[in-house]
Ligand binder design. Structure first.
Ligand code: PLP
Length: 404
C-alpha cells in the first residue's frame, strides 16, 4: 500500500465521547443552558483539581487574560512584559487595555520566557509580567516569582495549554493553576487537552479578584442570574461598572466536568507517547527534541521538535503532508504579524530602548530565539488515539526527510 493511501494522521484530535454527549443531554433536559449550576460545579471541581482557592469560568482564555490584566491594574500607557513567541491572544490581551506589550525572548529549550531577559526589560512603566506555559511546558515560575516579588509586580500566567501540567517543588507536585503567580488563565479550545468547544478559566487566591471576575463576565451586574432566579423577593439589579458578556454556558461546563475526569488519564497517556517519540526519534543528527526541566512535568499538549539547519521547514512540512501526515510549524511570533505593524510606530516594544535593537523587516535582534523557534520548530501529530504504529509512521517520515 502506498503511504498516501493510508489513513491520514491529523495534527490533533480531541477526546470526546458518550460521557460528554450524555452530560449535554442532561443539561438540555433541565432547560437551564447558559451560566448556571453546571458552571458552578465545574468551577468547584476545577479549583479542587489544581488546588486553587477560587476558579471563575469564562468563554475563552483570551477573555480570561483580558480580565486578569484588568484586575491586576493594567491600563493605558502601562507596559506588560510578555513573550512574542506565543499564540497572538497573549499579546492582544495587553493591547485590549491600551497597554504596550514589551516582548522578551524565550529560552530555546523550553520556548518559555528567559527570566534574565525579563529582569532587563523592566522599566518604571512596567505594570505586570505575563508569562506563558508554552505548549503545556511550565515556565520558570520560581525565577519569575522572585523577579516579580522583588519589584512588587503582579505575575499573570497564560496557562492556556497547561491544564494537568505540574511543577515539582520541595519534593511535592503542584499543578499549574494553584496559582503560583497572582492569576492563572486556562483555555478549553479543542486544540488543548481539556476542551469545552471554547471556554476558559481564571484561578486566583484573592477573593476580591474572583468576585471582580464574576461581575465583569456578567455585564458588571450586581446580582447573578442564579441569585435572582432563587430569590423569593423582587430584585432590581444595578450595573456598577463597565462589564462584558464573557460567560461560559452550562452546556459547555457539563462537557468540561467530564473532560476534567479524563484529564489525569490523558496526561499519563501523553507522557507515554512522548517517551515513545523520544525513542523513535533519537540519534537523528541535528534534530533537537523538546526538553523538560527537572522541576517541570509537562502535560505534553504538543511535541515541538527543531529541524536540523540543513532541512527546509516548508519543504519538510509539505513532504509530510504529501504522505498524509499533518504537522505544523513552530508557534508564531506576534511581532512579525501585520497586526503588530503600523505606520504610526510599532504597537509593541522589544525592551531594548528606542533605536537600539535594529529591528527590521527581517526581524528583531532582541527576539532571535523566538524567531528561530518559529522558523525551525515543527509540531508533530500527538493525540490520545494516536497508535504506536501511527507514531512509528510519523517518526519514519521525520527520519527520512531529515536525511542529508
Ligand atoms: C490557545 C491559547 C490562547 C487562547 O485561548 P482561547 O481559549 O482560544 O482564547 C492563549 N494563549 C495561548 C498560549 C494559547 O495556546
Amino acid at each position: 500500500m502506498l503511504e498516501s493511501e493510508r489513513q491520514r494522521i491529523p495534527i490533533y484530535r480531541p477526546v470526546l465521547g458518550a460521557p460528554e454527549s450524555d452530560a449535554v443531554a442532561r443539561v438540555i433536559s433541565t432547560g437551564w443552558v447558559t451560566q448556571g449550576p453546571e458552571v458552578s460545579a465545574f468551577e468547584r471541581e476545577f479549583a479542587a483539581f489544581v488546588g486553587a482557592k477560587h476558579a471563575c469560568a469564562v468563554s475563552s482564555c483570551t477573555v480570561a487574560l483580558h480580565l486578569a490584566l484588568r484586575a491586576v491594574g493594567v491600563g493605558p500607557g502601562d507596559e506588560v512584559v510578555v513573550p512574542s513567541h506565543s499564540f497572538i491572544a497573549t499579546a492582544n490581551s495587553v493591547r485590549y487595555l491600551g497597554a504596550l506589550p514589551v516582548f522578551v525572548d524565550v529560552q530555546p529549550e523550553t520556548f518559555n520566557l528567559d527570566p534574565a531577559r525579563v529582569s532587563r526589560a523592566l522599566t518604571p512603566k512596567t505594570r505586570a509580567i505575563l508569562a506563558v506555559h508554552q505548549l503545556g511546558m511550565p515556565c520558570d515560575l520560581a525565577a519569575l516569582q522572585a523577579i516579580a516579588g522583588s519589584r512588587g509586580l503582579p505575575l499573570v500566567e497564560d496557562a492556556a495549554c497547561a491544564a494537568g501540567s505540574e511543577l515539582l517543588r520541595e519534593g511535592r507536585r503542584e499543578r499549574i493553576g494553584l496559582p503560583h503567580g497572582d492569576v492563572a488563565c486556562f483555555s478549553f479550545h479543542p486544540r488543548k487537552l481539556l476542551t469545552t468547544g471554547d471556554g476558559g478559566m481564571l484561578t486566583t487566591a484573592r477573593p476580591e479578584w474572583d468576585a471582580q471576575f464574576r461581575r465583569w463576565r456578567q455585564h458588571g451586574m450586581s446580582v447573578s442570574d442564579a441569585e435572582r432566579h432563587e430569590s423569593s423577593g423582587v430584585i432590581f439589579e444595578t450595573y456598577t461598572e463597565l462589564g462584558y458578556n464573557y460567560r461560559l454556558t452550562d452546556v459547555q461546563a457539563a462537557i468540561g466536568r467530564e473532560q476534567l475526569r479524563r484529564l489525569p488519564g490523558l496526561v499519563e497517556r501523553r507522557r507515554d507517547q512522548v517517551a515513545l517519540y523520544r525513542e523513535l526519534l533519537r540519534d537523528i543528527p541535528g534534530l533537537v527534541l523538546p526538553s523538560e526541566p527537572p522541576w517541570a512535568r509537562s502535560n505534553w499538549q504538543s511535541f515541538c521538535v527543531r529541524l536540523p539547519d540543513r532541512v527546509d521547514q516548508r519543504a519538510f512540512l509539505q513532504a509530510l503532508l504529501d504522505e498524509g501526515v499533518a504537522a505544523r510549524r513552530g508557534v508564531m511570533c506576534a511581532h512579525r504579524e501585520p497586526a503588530y505593524r503600523s505606520d504610526g510606530g510599532e504597537p509593541w516594544s522589544c525592551g531594548s530602548g528606542p533605536g537600539r535593537c535594529g529591528c527590521g523587516p527581517g526581524g528583531c535582534r532582541e527576539l532571535r530565539e523566538s524567531e528561530r523557534a518559529q522558523d525551525r520548530g515543527v509540531l508533530l501529530p500527538l493525540y490520545d488515539e494516536m497508535s504506536r504504529s501511527d507514531q512509528e509512521r510519523v517518526a519514519g517520515l521525520v527520519r527520512r526527510h531529515c536525511g542529508r
